[in-house]
Design a binder for this molecule. Structure first.
Ligand code: IVH
Length: 697
């Protein structure tokens, strides 16, 4: 719901009084008119879910009223729709004694218990025919009691212990679906409305996101969020919380003023300006109640707010009165509960899973627990930040929440239940699937496996990306075939694609001769890609088309990109430290280099690119010369390499881009081999120099 200043949570401070002139009758009338029009629009929007004007129009009316009220303070009114902004004054939550106790409901946990309730009702009423019930969703929020005198809201209180609660009037006034003034002509002098204050699911998600971003404590569920919001000392804070209120009962001093059923009573309550639940329905007899239960249960996850069951209430008030109360609950109502969406269990271990894009995600292995209607034994912990935020350790007792189809979440640790041997969770250095390095980039929550081309967990995604239109554009190699080929073990890395034959492919179910031949031909066509496409196809994180083009035209060859250090990578437009880090870690992985070799062996030749003028192809690279060269001296070779931008060093390290090994090369060559640094012989050096237009003598 994005809407007006009040509706969207942006509030305007009351302006200084700018005019000391008295309000004319015209102005007074306009203010009254605006209040009534805005109240009508609010009613349509919050109660009937049926807005009639665009947000901008509503905003204009609202601002006009605000301006007039600021200019003519003598027109101020507590029931004006502008008075929902809350106050910075601290609420003291005075005790309020309920005129009538706020009772609770008995529960039925299964069908038999519900049938038993219905039988008791009929026995007590001495009837055998079906009783009419009202079926109302049991909202998962907090019960409140609101008093209206002569149509104006006077006091709002929490349920408390049922006999007395706390005065939360200032906070309740900020909830847009609570009328400050009752609508209509037939409003009794004294009215008490009871209902539930709750936080809709999307508002809850947004609030938690906002709190997490600010590093503040998040709420475990919408109910706690609603409770926490109503308990705010400053109503300006409550005003920013997305709370709603739904009425479910009404009491007046003179009962003859009310209709004689629960259903009609609530329709009247709605006409006074309250939201009532749109899912409410009538049911004749217990069988229809059971149907209503199943239907509501099936809808549960799609509702915009949380419910924890359904309440059945005898519809006729004379029957309700005849049934009366027992201890603290009415005999005429019962709550049929849905399966709980939160339970406690123990984290037995935390393992790390690798997703298809390489994200390394911690997963809690749980002592199995029945929650949200299923047995849950795993829950995602998202990332290391989340583990730190929750302060989760192995051995902890935690709240598990499973609402709807959402994957089960660990929402809170119970610190008092932490055993002495509880273990901290540590991010592994190596991918649990392929053993490549796990990289955690600073500022990014997600850790990733860097073995993109090789990692079995990422296989399908890597192949899909490689074959995609913007990459090597292998026509006919769709997701379906990739799934089949990988699942059957025919293809492990992109290099394997190039070894597929028509004979291999026709063995696949529903692959005809012609399609097989076409696919082999399409793969063959992808043997000589231009460098940037090939680079993009490798699926290096955050190397999109534009970055791939920039890298290709800056460095000219894949070898140069693979050898470039982070600093020189960053001289390419759009490449910052994070992308440079991704590129480096990709090429540092032995497995990725092996896959590149396998591609080369399979006959894939990525085309070199014209280096953009002014850029030196070996810029940022460190080369080492060793052994004796026959066609030039070591100094000449050094000079020529330097003319291409390389730095020439005396010793080999992991960072060395390439070693040129002449005759009788010794320990430096051995070191290069040990560190898997690329080695060129003299012929290779001469070819490289030629390629870049340097005279090799
Ligand atoms: S009727 C005497 N109707 O459930 C009748 N309660 O366990 C008392 N609740 O404290 C309540 N939705 O907070 C009623 N449609 C509904 C309800 C509802 C939620 C909550 C309410 C109450 C609790 C009783």
């Amino acid at each position: 719901m994005a809407r007006c200043p009040v509706r969207s949570g942006h509030f305007f401070e009351k302006r200084e009084c700018q005019s000391m002139s008295k309000a004319t009758p015209d102005i007074t009338q306009r203010v009254e008119e605006l209040r009534s029009v805005i109240d009508d629009h609010n009613y349509r929007y919050y109660v009937l879910d049926d807005p009639r004007i665009p947000d901008a129009e509503y905003d204009r009316l609202f601002r006009e009223l605000q301006t007039l009220e600021a200019d003519y303070p003598e027109l101020a009114s507590d029931t004006s729709p502008t008075r929902r902004v809350g106050s910075a004054a601290e609420t003291s939550f005075e005790e309020v004694v309920h005129r009538l106790p706020m009772l609770s409901l008995d529960n039925a946990f299964n069908e038999d218990e519900l049938r038993e309730f219905d039988r008791r009702v009929r026995d007590r009423l001495g009837i055998s025919e079906d009783v009419e019930y009202v079926c109302e969703p049991k909202l998962d929020g907090l019960a409140v009691s609101l008093h209206y005198e002569n149509g104006a809201l006077t006091t709002a209180a929490t349920r408390g212990d049922g006999y007395s609660g706390e005065d939360i009037t200032a906070n309740i006034r900020t909830i847009p679906s609570v009328p400050l003034k009752l609508r209509g002509e037939d409003v009794p002098d004294l009215v008490e409305i009871r209902g539930e204050v709750y936080m809709p699911k999307d508002g809850f998600e947004q609030l938690n996101r906002r709190l997490a971003e600010r590093g503040e404590k998040t709420f475990v569920n919408p109910r706690n969020a609603a409770a926490g919001s109503l308990r705010q000392k400053k109503s300006t804070v409550t005003a920013k919380r997305p709370l709603e209120m739904c009425a479910y009962s009404v009491a007046v001093t003179d009962e003859s003023l009310l209709p004689d059923t629960q259903w009609d009573g609530l329709q009247r309550v709605q006409s006074w300006g309250f939201r009532i639940n749109p899912e409410m329905r009538k049911a004749k007899g217990v069988e229809e109640c059971l149907e209503a239960y199943s239907e509501l249960m099936a809808k549960r996850d799609t509702l915009p707010y949380e419910i924890d069951g359904i309440v059945f209430k005898v519809n006729r008030l004379d029957q309700q009165n005849a049934l009366g109360f027992v201890s603290r609950a009415p005999r005429w109502a019962i709550a049929h509960k849905f399966p709980a969406q939160e339970e406690l269990t123990v984290i037995e271990d935390v393992e790390f899973q690798v997703g298809r894009t390489g994200a390394v995600t911690p997963v809690a292995r749980l002592k199995p627990v029945f929650v949200g209607g299923v047995t849950v034994s795993n829950a995602t912990l998202h990332n290391m930040d989340e583990i730190r935020r929750l302060d989760v350790r192995i051995g902890d007792t935690v709240f598990i929440r499973r609402a709807g189809d959402v994957i089960p979440q660990v929402v809170k640790v119970v610190p008092e239940k932490r055993p002495s041997g509880a273990r901290e969770v540590e991010l592994p250095d190596h991918c649990p699937v392929c053993d490549s390095d796990v990289i955690q980039i600073e500022g990014e929550a997600v850790a990733r496996c860097s073995g993109g081309l090789f990692c079995p967990a990422q296989r399908k995604e890597a192949i899909r990306h490689y074959a995609s239109r913007k990459a090597l554009d292998i026509e006919g190699l769709g997701d379906k075939w990739i799934d089949i080929m990988v699942d059957q073990g025919m293809v492990k890395t992109v290099a394997d694609l190039y070894h597929l034959t028509t004979d291999d492919l026709v063995k696949l179910e529903r692959m005809g001769e012609k399609s097989a031949a076409n696919l082999v031909a399409a793969i063959d066509k992808a043997r000589k890609p231009v460098l940037w496409r090939f680079l993009y196809a490798l699926g290096i994180r955050e190397v999109g088309e534009a970055t791939a083009k920039g890298l290709a035209s800056h460095f000219g060859t894949l070898e140069a990109i693979a050898a470039a250090d982070e600093e020189s990578l960053q001289s390419v437009p759009d490449v910052g430290p994070i992308v440079a880090g991704h590129i480096r870690s990709f090429f540092e992985q032995t497995h990725n280099r092996e896959t590149l070799d396998a591609l080369r062996d399979a006959g894939v030749e990525w085309q070199e690119e014209q280096i953009q003028k002014g850029d030196k192809p070996l810029k940022g690279q460190t080369w080492v010369l060793t052994g004796t060269l026959s066609g030039m001296t070591r100094d000449e070779a050094k000079e020529k390499l330097e003319s291409l931008g390389a730095k020439v060093a005396g010793s080999v390290s992991k960072k060395t881009a390439c070693v040129v090994a002449g005759e009788a090369a010794g320990s430096k060559l051995a070191k290069a081999e040990q560190l898997e640094v690329p080695v060129l012989d003299e012929a290779g050096l001469v070819a490289l120099l030629h390629e870049h237009g340097v005279d090799a003598g």
